[in-house]
Design a protein around this ligand. Structure first.
Ligand code: NAD
Length: 446
């Protein structure tokens, strides 16, 4: 018998799930319903299913018919890929209708909505899986393994710097993410990945958070202070933007054209707003300090306008230090179009470079092999999909499946950081949310 899935939120991220259900997992899974505010986007996916996979169309439901979709199509699981601030609406309604849920990250954007989700889980007994794909990237899994094996002893501190480049980073300033009410800012929307990785690598949850953050590069004021002036609020249809390295032209890419440009008359969603326009209410430069329940101290920073994309992380322990360097992009030249960073290609995304080095205290440093990988997000997406959809997923000794508690732990650092930006004080997690204990840590000798 096949497991039945319905999906709400048919934007670009939905493509990964729809493709997997229509191809690799079609014998054990079936996609029974699509739901969105925008009929054009749902229709685009039905054409894609037909043209790419010779698959039948999927029934479509407008967002205000979500409950009707559940009643008519009887899904076992609902996949939530809407914009972040709406995840809780669909998670709770799906659970109240008796469905389990897979949600995209971030689980939600603030403490109140987190509580609404926890209440629904207690009320219904349904399960929520947060799709933290990065846990499944071979480089990040390997780092977890090194720490679990005790190579550095007990973790004491973490230095973590993540760089988003002028292509991918800029994309958050073109659309809904740029308003904090929609995304929680990059501190929640993006950093949820990074804080989740740290929580998982060191096997602990955050306790207290202090943050600085500001909009220092994107936005009208910053551009004008540098002497840059833009006459266009969006890029498509403005030939004067042709030499703007931040421009994204929706009419030059079939997927962007079909999913967004042709759909905008219905809901006014502009996918290509000028990153030096207004309003932008999120930060592009952030520095956060976190104390964990285990005592670990994290120093984290994120910028969204780097020439290259990737991360540098070091975990210092009682017996040594491990460093992970990852380069996801090598930098963009002005002549290259911004293009579509969220395309549906299944093969893009393997890291350009990744290296793990262990420095034992008083020992000889050594490099740790990282398995070859293919697929989106450093090879993470195909492994995640197998864990989600395979009827017989391989064993997972690294505990990569993320629960709602992990989902909450990863956003609470960003939620506390957002509060700290307002109060200029350190914020204790327990003052905002009653986060349960983490299950006992796996032994790592100290
Ligand atoms: N794990 C990852 O690496 C990854 C990558 C990309 C996106 N995402 C997540 O996926 C989600 C979607 O992102 P995206 O890039 O596809 O965005 P998108 O803008 O392309 O798509 C969002 C879709 O949600 C729909 N929507 C908005 N409000 C709605 C509502 N109230 N009811 C129903 N539908 C609504 C929009 O019409 C749109 O079709 C986000 O939560 C994002 O964080 C995760």
């Amino acid at each position: 018998m096949t497991k039945r899935y319905a999906l709400v939120g048919t934007g670009s991220r939905a493509g990964m799930y729809i493709r997997a259900l229509a191809t690799t997992y079609r014998d054990s899974c079936s996609l029974v319903g699509l739901c969105d505010l925008n009929q054009t986007r749902m229709d685009w996916y039905n054409h894609w299913l037909r043209d790419e996979f010779n698959a039948p169309p999927c029934p479509t439901y407008h967002a205000d018919q979500f409950d009707r979709m559940l009643a008519e199509t009887h899904p076992d699981v609902v996949i939530v890929t809407t914009i972040d601030a709406t995840h809780h609406l669909y998670i709770t309604r799906a659970m109240d209708a008796g469905c389990d849920v897979i949600t995209e990250k971030p689980m939600t954007v603030d403490a109140e909505k987190t509580q609404i989700i926890f209440d629904a889980i207690v009320r219904t007994g349904r399960s929520l899986r947060v799709a933290f794909n990065y846990r499944y990237a071979p480089a990040y899994t390997r780092l977890r393994e090194v720490v679990m094996q005790g190579a550095i002893g007990r973790p004491l501190s973490v230095d973590f710097s993540w760089l988003l480049d002028t292509r991918h980073g800029a994309d958050y300033f073109r659309r809904w993410h740029r308003e904090k009410a929609n995304s929680g800012g990059l501190m929640v929307h993006k950093s949820t990945h990074h804080f989740d990785l740290v929580n998982w690598w060191i096997d602990s949850y955050p306790e207290e958070v202090f943050a600085f953050g500001d909009l220092m590069f994107y936005g009208r004021q910053n551009a004008e202070a540098r002497g840059e002036h833009y006459a266009y609020n969006r890029y498509t249809g403005h030939p004067e933007a042709a030499n703007d390295p931040f421009a994204l032209f929706l009419d030059q890419d079939p997927q962007l054209n079909g999913l967004y440009l042709q759909a905008e008359a219905e809901d006014g969603y502009l996918r290509d707003r000028n990153v030096f326009g207004e309003p932008i209410t999120i930060e592009d430069t952030m520095a956060v300090t976190v104390r964990y329940r285990s005592g670990v101290i994290l120093s984290y920073c994120l910028i969204a306008y780097s020439p290259w994309e990737g991360l540098r992380v070091a975990i210092n322990g009682t017996r040594g230090r491990v460093e992970l360097d990852v380069q996801e992009s090598t930098g963009w030249l002005k002549a290259q179009p911004a293009g579509n960073d969220h395309d549906l290609s299944a093969s893009k995304g393997a890291f350009k470079h990744a290296q793990i080095r262990v420095f034992p205290m008083f020992g000889v440093p050594y490099e740790v092999d990282i398995p070859e990988s293919e697929g989106g997000h450093g090879g993470a997406d195909p492994v995640l999909l197998e864990q989600l959809f395979s009827p017989t997923p391989p064993p997972d000794p690294f505990n990569r499946a993320a629960s709602h508690i992990d989902g909450a732990a990863s956003i609470l650092t960003g939620i506390c950081a957002n509060r700290s930006l307002i109060t200029h004080q350190a914020v204790r997690v327990r003052d905002l949310f009653d986060l349960p204990d983490k299950p006992a840590a796996k032994p790592a000798s100290s």
